[in-house]
Ligand binder design. Structure first.
Ligand SMILES: [Zn+2]
Length: 581
């Protein structure tokens, strides 16, 4: 990945662009109320289902599902990678990108970089040919259970013993400056050039565009003075904090849950890939850096940290958890049996066994930290218990009930042998009444989807709703949708686009695709009461917040409170009939 621009260049550019002008200069758009529509450029169609939202600066095709922002549109429409799309857009719209150039990269002419790519490619080729000629090197990987096709796939090579294999084949012909900077050679005090990698299995390191940017080398012989693993130093192409080994493969094999496994070493990535778990990446001989964490979060929704069971591995795990803490990615930790690493485990148990083990042993990050702190602490005495609590309770305090806070409190309580309520008192955890906000939100969303689904498939119910005493308490959004249904004699995406936001229409579409049984259809009254109650509570909240209340407002509040208790009573009866609402 070329870090030519600052990290959030995508966001910076989209803020300066107008998606309507970007798309309309390529595809004719028609105004449709608050949105625009067109025949989708990404699939064949006769009636337009491609919608562009100026409010959200995004597009969505309800036919083929294509969606994104101005940059992703240009990427798909013109078949460009991110960087080229960025530059083509900036050029057409007259936006100057120089202020956002990554300084280091800025000082480097483009041609020079392509020279380094070519040099690395040739070095990788030479190492690869040497590997094919060196049975002992190949034997080493075969003995670790790596099949030949995997070796080829990862371009495994071999750097022979001696000092001048690459010097003779490449180094001598290079300008001195290039030889100094490319990372393949080292220089003696007298200035004599020699091979940096000697008698090592070579793991070429690829960027996500599959270009060789550096090398890792594992010692073959027994030289106690030499490091077991050696990596390229930083070069104009390679900064080890910015790349991950195996990502160029892993990103092409993501499962629907977009999960990436983070392991410790080259051999783990290779071994897992070989046995059918191609989603693994490794940091390059360092603790995970924030840049590597970001890189993972760009491709994955969930990362599973599987480091070795020894103390170093556990420390690295804590460090990685710290890196991921603020990134938009779910984090899971799995401890392997102490005698194993991912490579040895998958060799013995196979891909199925490995996946099963992950499933059985997955710990959320907080659970992992609690277990680890418990092991480190002396929980037999009060001082140790207090220390343990001071380390884990602040983490739990930040959680919501929906994140399983109660379970973690229980777990901590079990460790020190007290009742959970002792802890909640001590640590002044937020009252549970205000805690389940996240779950209330998801409940609300579920019911909204259900009621929308009913109304979309049976619009005549809208008329019946209006006739109920609950209708007046519904929110403005519901009123807007119900009047729309009545006016247009039912829901249809073409008319909806003109009236609602793209986000709302997306939700309507989602709702319309639900499978509703005849029994589901009968629940509209129950749902209506639920939303009426929400509406009343909302109005009450607004009145409560206004600071100087008139008598009329007090009277209105009383009326709403009565209505609320009525609704709650009625919903209580609903509960008797049906468990769901
Ligand atoms: Zn489409």
């Amino acid at each position: 990945m070329g870090y030519k621009y600052v990290d959030d260049i995508g966001r910076i550019l989209t803020e300066q662009l107008d998606i309507v002008s970007v798309i309309s200069s390529r595809v004719p758009l028609k105004r449709a109320g608050r949105n625009y529509k067109a025949n989708c450029p990404f699939h064949q169609e006769k009636t337009p289902s491609f919608v562009v939202s100026p409010e959200r600066q995004s597009y969505h095709c309800f036919g083929c599902g294509a969606s994104g922002n101005a940059i992703s549109f240009v990427m798909s429409y013109e078949n460009l990678d991110f960087l080229s799309a960025l530059e083509s857009l900036a050029e057409k719209e007259g936006i100057d990108l120089t202020p956002y150039l990554n300084k280091e990269e800025f000082q480097r002419p483009k041609e020079e970089l392509s020279g380094y790519y070519e040099l690395n490619r040739r070095a990788a080729r030479l190492f690869f040919e040497e590997f094919q000629k060196t049975p002992s090197a190949k034997e080493y990987l075969l003995s670790r259970g790596i099949a030949e096709r995997t070796m080829r796939r990862f371009g495994i090579g071999y750097a022979p013993a001696g000092w001048d294999f690459l010097v003779n084949k490449l180094g001598k012909a290079l300008p001195e400056d290039t030889a100094q900077k490319c990372g393949l050679f080292a220089f003696s005090e007298q200035g004599k050039m020699y091979d940096r990698f000697r008698e090592r299995i070579i793991f070429p390191i690829f960027d996500v565009r599959k270009r060789v940017i550096g090398f890792g080398g594992r010692l073959m012989g027994e030289d106690p003075r030499a490091a077991k693993y050696l990596n390229s130093p930083d070069t104009p192409l390679f900064n080890k904090s910015f790349h991950l080994y195996g990502l160029h493969e892993a990103k092409n094999h993501l499962s629907p849950d977009r999960q990436i496994l983070l392991v410790e070493g080259y051999m783990d990535v290779l071994g897992l890939h070989d046995k059918g778990v191609p989603q693994a990446v490794a940091s390059l001989g360092t603790a995970l850096t924030p840049e590597q964490g970001k890189l993972i979060s760009r491709y994955a929704e969930e990362v599973v940290i599987i480091f070795d069971g020894d103390e170093a591995g556990q420390k690295a795990t804590i460090r990685a958890l710290e890196v991921f803490r603020t990134l938009p990615v779910r984090v899971i930790v799995v401890n392997l049996p102490p005698e194993d690493d991912p490579d040895s485990f998958v060799r013995r148990e196979g891909a199925e066994g490995f996946r099963e083990y992950l499933k059985q042993n997955a710990k959320a990050s907080v659970e992992y930290i609690i277990d680890r702190e418990a092991q480190k602490s002396d929980l037999q005495n009060m001082a140790g218990q207090q220390l343990f609590l001071s380390r884990v309770m602040p983490l739990i305090e930040q959680m919501d009930a929906s994140e399983g806070r109660g379970l973690y409190i229980q777990k901590v309580a079990d460790y020190i042998g007290v009742e959970p309520r002792v802890l909640t008192g001590d640590w002044k955890l937020r009252e549970s009444a205000s805690a389940p906000r996240a779950s209330a939100r998801s409940e609300n969303r579920k019911y909204t989807r259900h009621l929308l689904g009913i109304l979309i498939s049976e619009p005549s119910i809208a008329l019946q709703m209006i006739a109920t005493p609950y209708y007046q308490y519904l929110s403005d959004n519901w009123h807007a949708f119900i009047s729309y249904l009545l006016e247009h004699k039912g829901y249809n995406i073409q008319s909806a686009i003109e009236i609602f936001t793209l986000e709302q229409v997306e939700f309507f579409e989602e709702a319309s695709k639900q499978e509703l049984s005849r029994a589901d259809m009968t629940h509209w009254r129950t749902l209506l009461r639920y939303f009426a109650q929400q509406g009343v509570m909302q109005q009450l909240e607004e009145l409560r917040e206004s600071s100087q209340k008139s008598d009329a407002q007090y009277a209105e509040m009383d009326r709403l409170k009565k209505k609320l208790s009525e609704l709650i009573r009625e919903r209580g009866r609903d509960h008797g009939k049906r468990q769901d609402y």
